[in-house]
Design a protein around this ligand. Structure first.
Ligand code: PFF
Length: 457
């Protein structure tokens, strides 16, 4: 049979690993993880994060890559093929649909925040942070996000870069980009972390991040760790399933998944080591969320010697991390349309990316013209949430846990043990039995707990 599209296959295990680590390492690692760790018990959070990620997100990651490699198509068509082969109910195609729709929605808002990172490269390079006070940095951020045209301009540039890479195809686009960008990202991050060790706030920052504060650990901490692990290793949005579909049969999925999860965690830790010493050196607040990255850090960059270059390097690193994640959100959708509509991939990437651009306008406006618009308030739901908040909440707390749960049930209970053993090349191995146990019992319970706690309570 001839395929209507260029063959979609990684040219090496290295290329696959760079693409998958590129998907995993993103905004979630660089601004969210360090702050979550600092606020939730430091070293205690890191230990809990490591345990929950290895026990829940990692087994699901293995099954997602495995399902992709078994089906060798986009998530929707992979699931269609697998249910036919395994005589399972159509219900399970929800894994493909949920992941694909979820990826599209996350791409729509992720590219707006990615655009902020790009804008801040420009601000850093033009010396806009020089001598900034807290009030000035907050004002600079607010002046930017309250201007819809400016936010839309940077969102457009960010998406254009993402579309350009995906349009060129799996090997000549995605693979070429990640093989270049991931080492760059790593180099910038290690450089910043080394620099951070020379600043006066280094000791205090290490205590903030790593001291074991067990009294700060609450049930919410554990839920935050599970949720963060899930988002951070990129499971449940079809990205890893699609990347698995392009993977050679001889590559060990178990070993690759461990490399991806460990690299993702190391980058998150390194990001904290790079960021917090600057925050503490200048007596700033290790506060949360967008504020830490887009308000607090610019103050530090505006004060330190060489801050123009260090600031530009940091925001470039953040932009690169975000682009390699955005690619993995666009690819599952493009792969699916490519299987049904036989026109060149470049047009399909443009159409799907253009649709994500339109969908992203709601997020662009959430910070300005629609700041007081709460779309679901009329239904008595999420009364204080903007369009961006609703999309973020629904994908992180409803779509991802649901797809993750279905994926663990399908791979753990519907697929026979021998089919999974064969697909993973793990006949008679101890790790296979551990994986299967984690997938059947530990992962579903862990995922259901996020769902119950965040949605129903
Ligand atoms: N893992 C990315 C991050 O930490 O920012 C986000 C992400 C990308 C989640 C792709 C899911 C996904 F499929």
């Amino acid at each position: 049979m001839t395929t209507p599209f260029a063959p979609r296959q990684w040219s090496s295990r290295f290329a696959f690993l760079m693409a998958a680590i590129g998907s995993a390492v993103g905004l979630g690692n660089i601004w969210r993880f360090p702050y979550l760790a600092g606020e939730n018990g430091g070293g205690a959070f890191i230990v809990i994060y490591a345990i929950t990620t290895m026990g829940i997100a990692l087994p699901i990651l293995v099954s997602e890559i495995m399902l992709g490699r078994m089906g060798r198509q986009s998530p929707i068509n992979t699931m269609r093929k697998l249910i036919a082969e395994n005589r399972a109910a159509r219900f399970w195609t929800l894994i493909g649909w949920g992941g694909t729709v979820g990826a599209f929605i996350v791409l729509s808002y992720y590219s707006v925040i990615g655009g902020w990172a790009l804008k801040y490269v420009e601000l850093a390079l033009t010396g806009a942070f020089a001598g900034e006070t807290n009030a000035a940095a907050a004002e600079q951020f607010s002046a930017f996000v309250t201007d819809p045209y400016s936010v839309a301009l940077w969102q457009t540039l960010f998406l254009a870069a993402t579309i350009f890479i995906v349009a060129a195809g799996v090997t000549s686009g995605i693979e070429r980009a990640v093989v270049l960008l991931m080492p760059l990202l790593f180099f910038l991050l290690v450089g910043m972390a080394i620099y951070a060790t020379t600043t006066p706030g280094f000791g205090e920052a290490m205590i903030f991040m790593f001291a074991f504060e067990f009294h700060e650990v609450t049930p919410d901490t554990i839920l935050a760790a599970i949720g963060q692990g899930f988002f951070s290793v990129s499971v449940a949005l079809g990205a890893m399933m699609t990347y698995g579909a392009y993977l050679d049969k001889d590559v060990s999925i178990g070993r690759s998944a461990i490399v991806i999860a460990v690299a993702d965690t190391l980058v998150a830790l390194l990001a904290g080591i790079a960021i917090f010493p600057l925050v503490f050196s200048y007596g700033l607040e290790p506060s949360s969320g967008p504020g830490l990255t887009f308000i607090t850090l610019p103050i530090a960059f505006g004060t330190i010697g060489g801050g123009v270059l260090i600031g530009a390097a940091f925001f470039l690193l953040l932009s690169v991390a975000a682009i390699t994640s955005a690619i993995s959100l666009l690819e599952p959708v493009v792969a699916w349309v490519e299987e049904g509509i036989h026109i060149p991939r470049k047009w399909l990437a443009l159409i799907v990316g253009g649709a994500a651009w339109v969908a992203g306008i709601g997020t662009v406006l959430s910070f300005n013209l629609w700041a007081d618009f709460h779309p679901l308030a009329g239904l008595g739901l999420m009364a204080d949430k903007t369009v961006f908040d609703v999309l973020d909440f629904t994908t992180s707390n409803i779509v991802m846990p649901t797809v993750g749960l279905l994926m663990s049930l399908f791979a753990g209970w519907v697929l026979s043990s021998s089919a999974a053993e064969e697909a993973l090349g793990a006949r008679g191995k101890l790790w296979f039995r551990l994986w299967r146990f984690a997938l059947r019992y530990v992962a579903p319970l862990g995922v259901m707990s996020i769902f119950v706690a965040n949605v129903l309570m």
